[in-house]
Structures are given as structure tokens and as C-alpha cells.
Design a protein around this ligand. Structure first.
Ligand SMILES: O=C(O)CCC(=O)C(=O)O
Ligand SMILES: [Fe+2]
Length: 151
């Protein structure tokens, strides 16, 4: 299913990383994101107790992040991961995320198979392009975008 989008992210050295937002906290709108990062580091995910956990670069490995579309389609079984990027004080950083997305024209909502045992839907059907438009209509705001699809 769907469309793929590849971004090439370049984070130049930042003399005052503590005063700068690399990428603000957000969850991706994808189903899954496959991320290649170089050896600099700076990606953090939100863990239990709202603690930020650094995702250390591991040579030859990819980071797989769950996105909002999969959270919605799985009726919350899989939770999208909130993450952010902190700039580096002495080195440039590059990352290459591949966002595996539904197609813009797809309606997304909990899969019928997920609800067939009588589970109540937590999300409504939304046009994926509307969901993405909503995401880009505002500043990054943690996991608030998914509220757009909440019942
Ligand atoms: O640079 C990274 O490690 C992550 C970038 C990111 O979160 C994004 O492009 O959505
Ligand atoms: Fe992201």
C-alpha cells in the first residue's frame, strides 16, 4: 500500500545547540519510518515517564519508528513514537528518513480486522491528505496531531 517519501536532512554544526531546535518534538505521520543516521547522534525518543532517550547511532543499522498512521490503523495497538533532534555543537549531521505512507487519496482508520472482536474504534476514518495537511498547518507539537483522528 501507499507512497514513500525520502527526506535528506542536513543539520549544520550549531555553536549553541542548547539555544536551538534541531527538529522539534513530533511523531511522524507515516505508518513506519525507516531512518538511516550517520555516526553523530542527536535523535531522542520519548520514553516512559516522559524521559528523552538518546538513540545512539549503530553502524550498519537502521532505526524503525512507528508513525501516526499505524497508530490509527491499529486502533492504538502500535503507538507512534514522539521524537526530536538536538543539534550538535561541533559536527554536522546527516540523516535520511524514508517515510512509508498511505496514499494521499486513502481513507485511514482502524482496520476492520482489529475491531472484529467487538473493540470500540478510537479513531474515525480520515482522508490521509487531510491528516498530512493538518500536520503541516502548525508547528511541531509532540503527539497532538493524532487528536485530529480521535473519536
Ligand atoms: O534526523 C533524524 O534523526 C530524524 C528526523 C525526523 O524526525 C524527521 O525527518 O521526521
Ligand atoms: Fe520525525
Amino acid at each position: 500500500m501507499g507512497s514513500k517519501r525520502i527526506n535528506l536532512n542536513y543539520y549544520p554544526t550549531c555553536p549553541n545547540p542548547e539555544l536551538t531546535v534541531g527538529v522539534g518534538r513530533h511523531s511522524d505521520v507515516s505508518t513506519l519510518t525507516i531512518l538511516l543516521q550517520d555516526d553523530i547522534g542527536g535523535l531522542y525518543v520519548k520514553g516512559d515517564n516522559d524521559r528523552w532517550i538518546h538513540v545512539p547511532p549503530v553502524s550498519g543499522s537502521l532505526v524503525i519508528n512507528v508513525g501516526d498512521a499505524l497508530q490509527i490503523m491499529s486502533n492504538g495497538r502500535y503507538k507512534s513514537i514522539e521524537h526530536r533532534v538536538v543539534a550538535n555543537g561541533s559536527k554536522n549531521r546527516i540523516s535520511v528518513p524514508i517515510f512509508v505512507n498511505p496514499r494521499p487519496c486513502d481513507m485511514i482508520g482502524p482496520f476492520p480486522e482489529v475491531l472484529e472482536g467487538g473493540e470500540k474504534a478510537s479513531y474515525k476514518q480520515v482522508l490521509y491528505s487531510d491528516y498530512v495537511k493538518h500536520f503541516f498547518s502548525k508547528a511541531h507539537d509532540g503527539k497532538n496531531t493524532v487528536e485530529f483522528a480521535k473519536i
